[in-house]
Design a protein around this ligand. Structure first.
Ligand SMILES: CC(C)(COP(=O)(O)OP(=O)(O)OC[C@H]1O[C@@H](n2cnc3c(N)ncnc32)[C@H](O)[C@@H]1OP(=O)(O)O)[C@@H](O)C(=O)NCCC(=O)NCCS
Length: 188
């Protein structure tokens, strides 16, 4: 079984980042991240156009956490105490001990290794504390930066899943990538 005890909230820490619960007080920084068309480009949502929409995202994160459906961490840059993105783990399969990850970083912070650093902590949490066997991600073809992040984290490219995700009203193929606990144990 997967350990999904998210109370108290599992705050994670890396060299430069704190991964913590997203609070209502983060709304303006979250809006800045998710209102950017480049950030939303390969995702299911349209760029946000109001603070109210960002507040609804935060309410959804809390609701999904309470229902044990998905956990979303705010990615905080320790140096400035600023929220620079989010990452999440969900689509849990208790029997197969599987989960899927997602992530968004503010465009102004791209290319500094923050996604790789944050997801490294999430993956460690998934395999050690949650007892997962498989962590997967599906990436829309063309999202080369996302594929690069996962390759740096030793995810394996498994193939194309056809018309898997509804991205802004259009069914898109997904690049399926995963890491297994046994891969992780060899490399860590
Ligand atoms: C994907 C994303 C999270 C990466 O965040 P990041 O903090 O810039 O990632 P990192 O800095 O850890 O690593 C990015 C790597 O991709 C590389 N990269 C960036 N753009 C690239 C591109 N167009 N093609 C190939 N590689 C690219 C970077 O050079 C870096 O590799 P390096 O460390 O070897 O130089 C960020 O671009 C983002 O938020 N995109 C929009 C949301 C999104 O697509 N989320 C993922 C959904 S599956």
């Amino acid at each position: 079984m997967i350990n999904k005890s998210f109370v108290p909230f599992p705050t994670l820490e890396t060299n430069r980042l704190l991964l913590r619960l997203v609070e209502d007080s983060d709304v303006e920084q979250l809006y800045e991240v998710l209102s950017d068309a480049e950030v939303a480009k390969f995702d299911y949502f349209h760029p946000l156009t109001s603070i109210e929409q960002a507040l609804k995202f935060i309410a959804r994160f809390k609701n999904e956490l309470e229902e044990n459906e998905e956990i979303t961490w705010g990615i905080i840059l320790k140096e400035t105490n600023q929220l620079i993105g989010t990452c999440n783990m969900g689509s849990f399969d208790d029997g197969a001990r599987r989960a899927e990850i997602g992530y968004d970083i503010a465009q102004s912070k791209w290319g500094k290794g923050y996604a790789t650093e944050a997801l490294g902590a999430v993956i460690e949490y998934g395999f050690t504390t949650m007892n997962l066997n498989r962590i997967e991600a599906t990436i829309t073809p063309g999202n080369d930066a996302s594929v690069k992040v996962l390759k740096k984290l030793n995810f394996v490219h498994e193939g194309i899943v056809r018309e898997r995700d509804l991205i802004k009203g259009k069914l898109e193929d997904g690049i399926m990538m995963s890491i297994l606990k046994r891969d992780y144990e060899i490399i860590k």
